[in-house]
Design a protein around this ligand. Structure first.
Ligand SMILES: [Zn+2]
Length: 261
């Protein structure tokens, strides 16, 4: 169980015609539907981020062939296009919202493309999508002073709590950037786990505040997607990451990392 490697898929926009800013990290609605069918065909069992972390925290076993489906920022196509495909298979997922980009009461106008509104976010939550935090204005959190860092996390947490009825338990770092100070602040704001980028499969020994994800892009074809889910498309990155791993020190820290916050 401790050796389980879990693909955490990172999506952004799901759109037929995204703008130039969001295009590279978007997928078409058809590609997304095909990718969900691939997961179903291969007997994958999607989990929410909170569910995976709770199992790793408590030592409860994972289902066979687990996978996480995650979306960052809060693009409108997640409701329009991704939700029907998820519902077809009964797949749970996680959406990490940049609260200042979601259309409605808290909108700062910074959204990169057509964004969800809060009614749609609640609709996703009603259909098994965990709503996590992704900051308020999408800055590089490790570049902020302490006051601005706290403000980003507090506003994000409090807006999600107000709009959804309960505070978010999971967080995703904008651009994947974090530092020890950022991770401590995220934990201090009540988030029990957080996702980075890293382009590798997630493992328990990464700890709850640095779980890695793999990026699905507009250029990701079906065969590459299958390799990505199996952890075979990212061998070069893996080798580099392994070389950087601090060996036994990391292993020793693992038990303590998952103590309840
Ligand atoms: Zn983002």
């Amino acid at each position: 169980m401790t050796g389980a490697r879990v693909p955490i898929l990172m999506y952004h926009a799901v759109a037929a015609d995204p703008n130039d800013t969001t295009r590279a990290l978007s997928v078409t609605p058809a590609a997304f539907a095909e990718q969900m069918a691939v997961l179903a065909d291969r007997g994958r069992t999607p989990l929410t981020t909170a569910d995976l972390a709770a199992r790793w925290r408590s030592g409860r076993p994972l289902p066979a062939r687990p996978v996480l489906i995650t979306f960052d920022d809060g693009y409108e196509g997640v409701h329009r296009h991704a939700l029907p495909a998820l519902a077809r298979h009964g797949f749970p997922a996680t959406l990490f919202v940049t609260t200042g980009w979601i259309r409605g009461a808290h909108d700062t106008g910074g959204g990169l493309d057509t964004m969800l509104d809060w009614r749609q976010v609640r609709g996703l939550a009603d259909h098994g999508v965990e709503i996590g935090g992704h900051s308020h204005s999408h800055p590089q959190l490790d570049q902020l002073d302490d006051a601005r860092l706290r403000a980003e996390l507090t506003r994000c947490r409090d807006i999600v709590a107000a709009e959804l009825g309960s505070p978010p338990g999971s967080f995703a770092y904008p651009y994947g950037y974090s530092s020890r100070r950022v991770r401590t602040a995220v934990r201090g704001h009540g988030f029990a786990q957080a996702l980075a980028v890293g382009n590798g499969l997630a493992r328990r020994d990464q700890g709850p505040y640095a779980l890695r994800r793999v990026t699905v892009r507009r250029t990701t074809g079906t065969e590459e997607f299958e390799r990505l889910v199996d952890g075979r498309a990212i061998g070069r990155t893996f080798a580099r990451d392994r070389a950087l791993t601090r060996g036994y020190a990391l292993v020793r820290r693992t038990r303590g990392l998952w103590r309840i916050v």
